[in-house]
Design a protein around this ligand. Structure first.
Ligand code: SF4
Ligand code: SF4
Length: 90
């Protein structure tokens, strides 16, 4: 059995564009998107949220099919972080 590969990109949802239509939620194969209200009490309009980034495959179906162009796939950097304080020569 093959182990799942980590996603190379993750969806970033623009709150100003998301209408909460739910299309991306229904399309996502691993079901890692859901609709949630910004208010912690659950009031107000709902918007799409990536609730399980580790389960996202990076397939981009959500971004391609969002009718409001609210999802952008952002590439995950795999470059190792530069060591702290290593600004170069003396
Ligand atoms: S398809 Fe687009 S507008 Fe609809 S809930 Fe998803 S991100 Fe929001
Ligand atoms: S990129 Fe694919 S797996 Fe990830 S949230 Fe969008 S539809 Fe789901």
């Amino acid at each position: 059995m093959n182990a799942p590969r980590p996603a190379k990109a993750l969806p970033a949802i623009a709150p100003a564009r998301c209408t909460g239509c739910g299309r991306c939620v229904g399309l996502c194969p691993p079901q890692v998107l859901w609709l949630a209200a910004a208010d912690p009490r659950g009031w107000g309009p709902k918007q799409a949220v990536l609730h399980d980034p580790a389960g996202c495959t990076g397939c981009a179906l959500c971004a391609v099919h969002c009718p409001f162009d609210a999802i952008q796939m952002l590439r995950i950097s795999t470059a190792p972080a530069a060591p702290q304080g290593s600004s170069g020569g003396q």
